[in-house]
Design a protein around this ligand. Structure first.
Ligand code: PLP
Length: 354
């Protein structure tokens, strides 16, 4: 069986097996990792390794803080403006899908925000080119969603602007190398490419961190978590994240997985483009490498496609409930063989139903 779920999503089998084997007793400490103090040396080692691997994999300098928070990416929608949107200031948002729409809604609760660009009128079928954005040079930050999980579009280039960029990279973090220069902050729920649900990855550049407002509620101040381990972190998800990061490092890192991910998505897009039976929902220059969204030209057949796919061991191919159609999420841990199997299934389905 192959799992195309958009998240929580497939984890590397090696990681699951390693965790299974050492779960009852972690590293000779006499208990599982869920049962030991988050102040213990054994736990210190796990979190430090996760942090160091994250830095190595993404090429983050020591000016970057790697935080493991809770509340999901959804909490970041509010925490970002809470920290960085001053009462007399403004922030710019680029809206390319469902998640960006949710992000700006939360920011509006905090202060003044502008839509610098949006593809809503085109059903989020593309990412507006940066030259067309209506940017405010005095904005505190520009918020983007580099991969829109539901709508299946993705930035093809990391923007580098005059103000710091904050991105929701939930569904693409660690799937490709990132050009970090323009970013003040990158955040992601872990449950797609990085680990199980329950921990949120926040990467924040120190220059940007220092621009935050004060005072802030302690737990919602990024500075609290950058300074020290303030409270009990989600130890089990972080333990799993550490394993996923080591797995990715052993595989050759982000460049290696990027090449595989490009190949996987290209195979699927080729199958969609090479047929009159299927059609993609996103313009070619904005397509996501992670979440491939497509339709049957004969939309009535879509429930049959999804059901038959499931019977053939191809799981979770239904599109998000708000948009329908199909979505194949091709995260890092999904083997290339899964895409080959899906493409073969699509050809057979077309032959028998076309
Ligand atoms: N942002 C993006 C791009 C997502 O794909 C998701 C979840 O699918 C979220 C935010 C929400 O994440 P969470 O459920 O961790 O709050």
């Amino acid at each position: 069986q192959f799992n195309f779920s958009a998240g929580p999503a497939v984890l590397p089998e090696e990681v699951l097996l390693e965790a299974k084997n050492e779960l009852p007793v972690y590293d000779h400490v006499g208990a599982s990792v869920m049962e030991i103090s988050h102040r213990s040396a054994a736990y210190d080692k796990i979190e430090e390794s996760a942090r160091e691997h994250m830095k190595k994999l993404l090429g983050l300098s020591d000016d970057w803080h790697v935080l493991f928070l809770q509340g999901g990416a959804s909490m970041q929608f509010y925490q970002v403006p809470l920290n960085f949107l001053p009462e007399d200031g403004s922030a710019d948002y680029v809206i390319t899908g469902r998640w960006g729409t949710k992000a700006i809604k939360e920011a509006r609760r905090v202060g003044d925000v502008r839509v610098a660009a949006s593809s809503e009128d085109d059903d989020f079928s593309h990412v507006p080119p940066v030259e067309e954005w209506d940017l405010n040079p005095d904005a505190s930050y520009v918020h983007i969603t580099t991969n829109e999980t539901v709508n299946g579009n993705q930035f093809q280039k990391d923007p580098n602007l005059d103000v710091p960029v904050v991105t929701d990279a939930s569904s693409e973090l660690l799937s490709r190398p990132m050009d970090l220069d323009g970013y003040g902050m990158i955040y992601a729920g872990a449950q797609k490419n990085v680990g199980p649900a329950g921990v949120t990855i926040v990467l924040i550049h120190d220059d940007f961190l220092q621009q935050r407002k004060q005072p802030l509620p302690t737990m919602l101040d990024y500075g609290t978590h950058a300074a020290k381990r303030f409270n009990t972190p989600p130890v089990f998800p972080i333990y799993m994240v550490e394993k996923v990061l080591r797995w990715l490092d052993d595989l050759g890192g982000v460049d290696a997985i990027h090449a595989i991910n490009q190949r996987k998505s290209q195979k699927l897009y080729n199958a969609i483009d090479g047929s009159d039976f299927y059609r993609g929902t996103v313009d070619e220059d904005s397509r996501s490498m992670m979440n491939v969204t497509f339709r049957l030209v004969e939309e009535d057949l879509e429930p049959v496609f999804i059901k038959k796919a499931k019977e053939n061991g191809l799981l979770s191919l239904g599109g998000h409930r708000t948009v329908g159609g199909m979505r194949a999420s091709l995260y890092n841990a999904l083997p290339e063989e899964a895409v080959d199997t899906l493409v073969a299934f699509m050809k057979e389905f077309e032959r028998t139903h076309g």
